[in-house]
Design a binder for this molecule. Structure first.
Ligand code: ATP
Ligand code: MG
Length: 486
């Protein structure tokens, strides 16, 4: 038994176990070898609309007469000793309420050598209703937009001219994206969170001949597999209880672009279906007979490296090759520090207009802090940090460290505290969180330079000799680290 999840001395009496189970937001239903319910928690009773006494000790088919050996996952698990994951079930419960659940069912083995089956159910009725609403709204918006005469009304707000950056690597990503825009080939954009993946995807769409048609973005991590499947491909009435006839996003984006965010979070079996749709360009609604030809450009994003996604078996290689006809990498902000001030100025301009203020820039101290900070949230974090400064700034025309949100002041403080004791630098790292290597090496370099300058009374030639580097190189570094004022 896998007991690594609990203390070896743990003993749970029935009361504590019931308390634990009844506070879960998932339904738990356990049957014994004979199919009799032996455990039924509060959430399961809410989902089914039944009281515990109506279910406990009774055979499953007695309580749920509409179930059969083929349709009951609990009974199938009992029979085959196999687990069934992410099984979607829609039913009208005993209170007449249409309910949809996602179930995980797996076999269990008891101490007395008998077996049973457990079903964990998550009620996704509301999520599914929301998905329906979103689809309806999207259809209505699409219909309305046909009647509104606007230059472009395609669900986007960005074009290439909105992308700020002069870093060499970043610029080559922009030029790759510009070059591929007109081709209609699928594009895979890889970059950490907040590096501008959506910005690039929208810009590609708006620079293509598809720009007068829709751009539809869907996050693949946000929904369970079955819901995502019906959202992407649509449903035909009667495909499962209560299903409406509705088009999927592929049909709605016909002639346009679909952005599938975080494709590595999509269930592998759905990835296989997606591959088939991409290969022959035809979609069939779930439960439908007819196939429809669609012309959709697919842009996908990933925030983990493809190699890592393969290693963790989260991405099908055949799908990856189909999706990455054009591959664009967006470097994190810490690897394009030359863009930090450019972006900061851009956001300052933006928020000056929005908040009707006249901030002229960043003061020197914050500039240094921005340069050494690692920006885990990348450009989005920089944007939010500047926006939040506008909310607290009362006086002065430069943003200062004290105008920043507490969390970032704290993190920047931690960064500054990275020891510059280069003799014993590794031992000084007592936190589990490693700073990025280049940042850490810079700290050590800075420490050595300061030390050499102090020891030589700021005689640059003497300090350069001590450090065994050229005078020019030292002068360059003094400028880089802004050491003149110190
Ligand atoms: N180069 C850039 N120039 C101007 N704004 C940018 C740039 N990169 C990102 N931004 C801004 O940063 C924010 C985040 O960008 P975006 O949503 O495209 O990131 P993302 O990579 O899709 O993030 P996530 O992985 O979290 O979805 C947006 O407000 C966007 O306008
Ligand atoms: Mg995004």
């Amino acid at each position: 038994m896998d007991t690594k999840w609990m203390d070896s001395n743990l003993y749970l009496d029935k009361n504590s176990l019931c308390k634990l189970l009844n506070n879960l937001s998932e339904g738990v239903h356990v049957v014994n070898e004979k199919g009799k319910t032996i455990l039924y928690n509060k959430k399961a009773s809410e989902i089914d609309g039944l009281k515990p006494e109506e279910v406990l000790g009774k055979n499953l088919f007695e309580v749920f007469p509409s179930l059969t050996l083929e349709t009951s996952t609990l009974m199938k698990t009992l029979k085959n000793e196999k687990k069934y994951l992410n099984h979607k079930q829609t039913f009208i419960n005993y209170r007449g309420k249409k309910t949809t659940t996602i179930n995980h069912t797996f076999p269990v083995y008891f101490n007395d050598d008998t077996k049973g089956a457990v079903e964990i159910s998550k009620d996704i009725t509301q999520t599914e209703e929301l998905v329906d609403d979103i689809t309806d709204l999207r259809s209505k918006l699409k219909d309305n937009s046909k009647n509104v005469k606007r230059k472009v009304n395609n669900n986007t707000s960005y074009e290439f001219s909105d992308i700020i950056g002069q870093n060499k690597k970043f610029n080559s990503s922009i030029s790759d994206a510009m070059k591929c825009a007109g081709s209609g080939s699928s594009v895979l954009i890889y970059g950490e969170t907040g590096t501008g993946k959506e910005l690039f995807a929208q810009s590609i769409h708006n620079a293509s001949q598809r720009k007068n048609n829709d751009f539809i973005a869907q996050n693949c991590a946000a929904l369970p597999k079955d819901l995502l499947e019906s959202l992407l491909f649509g449903t035909e009435k009667g495909s499962f209880t209560g299903a409406k006839s509705k088009p999927g996003l592929f049909e709605m984006a016909d002639g346009g672009t679909i952005l599938l965010d975080e494709i590595n979070s999509m269930d592998l079996s759905l990835q296989a279906k997606l591959l088939r749709v991409l290969q022959d360009g035809r979609v069939r609604r779930i439960g439908g007979q007819k196939e429809k030809q669609v012309d959709v450009r697919v842009i996908t994003t990933m925030n983990v490296h493809p190699d890592q996604a393969f290693k963790e078996n989260r991405l099908r290689e055949d799908l990856y090759y189909r999706l990455s006809v054009v591959y664009i990498y967006l470097p994190p902000l810490r690897k394009r520090k030359d863009d930090i001030f450019l972006l900061a100025d851009h956001f300052i301009d933006h928020y000056n207009k929005k908040f009707n203020k006249d901030i002229i820039g960043l003061d020197n101290e914050i500039k240094k802090a921005f340069q050494s900070y690692s920006w885990p949230g990348n450009v989005r974090e920089l944007k939010h940090v500047i926006e939040s400064a506008y909310n607290v700034k009362q006086f002065g025309d430069e943003i200062q460290i004290k105008d920043l949100p507490g969390y970032i002041r704290e993190r920047m403080g931690q960064n500054r505290n990275i020891s510059v004791n280069y003799n014993n630098s590794i031992n000084k790292l007592d936190s589990d969180e490693m700073p990025p290597l280049d940042q850490y090496l810079e700290k050590i370099e800075l420490g050595l330079i300061k030390d050499a300058l102090n020891k030589t009374n700021h005689n640059i030639s003497a300090a350069a000799r001590k450090l065994e580097i050229s005078r020019q190189s030292l002068q360059y570094k003094i400028k880089k680290y802004n050491l003149k004022d110190n």
